[in-house]
Design a protein around this ligand. Structure first.
Ligand code: XMP
Length: 551
């Protein structure tokens, strides 16, 4: 096993920012951003609203509808948005809101369920009329100069999803829009700064939705659009320095976007107090390990310990074809190797008297929201199985991306100067090419798949398809052979499968209808340049029923 500690040019201490980047003062902590709270009434609308608010350059956070109003107000929000949700306001267990929320002087914008809740709480009428509207609907705006609708057309398409309908606005409100079925589809009360729309402005099918939302934020609530991912960097650098102090931290780099950006951010804050560990399990794609070893280190100056564990992983995988078995082996070996490297860093740390007390993780905001939203002070235990070490080592977590969505993480990465190849990388599974070889994993097969995969990636990038395609696994059917003819001879080689998919979150996906000429180029190049592959096939299955990966 080869192990080495790399440190790139421009390695820095805490107080010396790398050349070419503005210094960040640790003496004056960055001011907390103005926050807009998005009250979550369920059904995943809240996340999308929070993202749209941030696209309007205003910082947003999601809170559950069960949070007491006093607690919401204690966060000193500049505005509050009430999301849609699956309930009917008349259902027995439907979530409610304390009237105090509307009387606190904080601007409020209700959408869909939030709109109906605002209406009923303040004395308006919502009827179960049987007037259901789902999907694209025509909105008739009667007050085109209103706070929300100014500059938008009198007739505009919006996305609806409701059963009940508002028939009378609360006192003091002006009705600003209707639909064929709903007399009150939007209302506004400028004096009290309360606004509502029956539709979903956050979805892209509501053509003027973002404009309506921005009108609420800027005109209704008077918020300045000043939040940027640059603010995040400053805030986080200050916060990380305060959290870590003079102790040391470690971070596992996977080659993926999240761990790379988290590490770069922590590196900017604490410099050489951070050591990154990269386990090369030999299942990476062509060039990826070099990208981490060279480009990432060059861009960040991070101290990197690379563990070349290819032999170990291949030995453990020998003779194994079952995908779940492969995953288990790769996961188990990964933890062992990582912990050993970690233990060595801990040991080095205690030699110079500084305790390694922190573990950096690239947890993102959707993970935080989906797991019920913590406050970031969790301790995790790392079990050690290396002789001479304590049974358990406790680390505190540093999670600098907990506030961010994926696209924001990419922006932070870009601003930190990480190479595009890392920041714009498509998702790649932890077990790597190990689960893209149907059959036993061997070095020869990995080399072959690496070549085919590199050709596909190169051609997709050249054709400008990287953004349109969510990811494109290239799969080697190592247990299948078919007859071919190349040159003057008969071949008996393997097929590879191209699996280009379009998706928003990998939960569902469709196969990408990519241009035939690009497919043709990939096919010709793979069969010409990769020996032992004599067929390229295209996977035209959506998910469900197929998964994205073949194993
Ligand atoms: P499936 O194949 O389940 O994949 O449709 C959904 C997304 O998850 C990735 N994937 C994995 N990622 N470890 C990972 O870290 C795994 O074992 C694994 N299996 C699938 C896959 O690439 C896709 O983005």
């Amino acid at each position: 096993m080869r192990q080495g500690t790399h440190s790139g040019p421009g390695r820095i201490g805490r107080t010396e920012p790398p050349a070419g980047r503005p210094p960040v003062s640790s003496a004056s902590p960055a001011a907390a951003p103005d926050v807009v709270l998005v009250v979550d009434f369920g059904a995943q609308y809240a996340q999308l609203i929070a993202r749209r608010v941030r696209e309007a350059r205003v910082y947003s956070e999601i809170v559950p509808s069960t949070m007491p109003v006093a607690e919401m107000l204690a966060k000193n929000p500049k505005a509050i948005i009430l999301s849609g949700g699956p309930s009917s306001v008349y259902a027995e267990n439907a979530p409610r809101l304390d009237r105090a929320l509307f009387e606190a002087g904080v601007p409020v914008f209700g959408m869909c369920y939030g709109f109906q809740l605002m209406a009923t709480t303040l004395g308006g009428t919502v009827d179960n009329t049987g007037a259901r509207e789902y999907g694209r609907t025509g909105l008739h705006v009667s007050k085109t100069g209103s706070t929300l609708f100014e500059g938008t057309p009198a007739e505009q398409p919006v996305w609806m999803s409701h059963g009940d309908a508002c028939s009378a606005a609360p006192e003091g409100f002006t009705v600003t829009a209707s639909t064929d079925l709903v007399p009150v589809a939007a209302f506004e009360n400028d004096e009290k700064k309360l606004y509502g729309v029956q539709h979903h402005p956050e979805v892209m099918h509501s053509t003027y939705g973002q404009q309506v939302l921005e009108h609420f934020l800027y005109r209704g609530a008077g918020i300045e659009p000043t939040w940027t991912t640059g603010n995040v960097i400053e805030e986080q650098v200050t916060a990380i320095r305060a959290q870590v102090g003079t102790k040391r931290a470690i971070c596992g780099l996977s080659g993926g976007v999240d761990s790379a950006v988290a590490a770069a951010l922590v590196q900017k804050a604490i410099g050489s107090q951070l050591t990154c560990v990269y386990v090369d399990h030999g299942l990476m794609r062509k060039g990826e390990t070099e990208q981490v070893e060279k480009d990432f280190v060059a861009a960040t100056g991070v101290q990197l310990k690379v563990v070349d564990a290819e032999e170990r992983f291949l030995a453990a995988l020998a003779g194994v074809s079952d995908p779940e078995e492969k995953r288990k082996i790769i996961g188990r070996e990964f933890i062992r190797v990582f912990e050993q490297a970690q233990a060595e860093i801990v040991a080095e740390g205690s030699a110079d008297g500084e305790e390694v007390a922190f573990l950096v993780q690239g947890t993102l905001y959707p993970d935080v929201v989906e797991s019920g939203g913590g406050t970031g002070t969790a301790n995790i235990k790392s079990h050690h199985n290396v002789g001479g070490l304590p049974e358990d080592l406790e680390f505190q977590l540093v999670e600098p991306l907990r506030q961010l969505f994926k696209d924001e993480v990419r922006m932070v990465g870009q601003e930190l100067g990480l190479p595009d190849e890392i920041v714009q990388r498509q998702p790649f599974p932890g077990p790597g090419l190990g689960i893209r070889i149907v059959g036993e994993v061997t070095r020869d097969r990995l080399d072959l798949l690496r070549e085919a995969d590199a050709i596909a990636r190169e051609e997709l990038t050249a054709a400008g398809l990287d953004r349109e395609i969510w990811q494109c696994p290239v799969v080697l059917l190592a247990d299948v052979r078919s007859v071919g003819v190349q040159g003057d001879g008969r071949t008996y080689g393997h097929p590879v499968v191209l699996r280009p998919v379009s998706s928003e979150d990998a939960m569902t996906a469709d196969w990408t209808r990519m241009p035939y000429d690009v497919l043709a180029r990939i096919s010709t190049r793979i069969t010409n340049e990769v020996s032992d592959v004599n067929r390229v096939v295209l996977d035209v299955t959506s998910k469900p029923p197929g998964t994205i990966e073949w194993e």
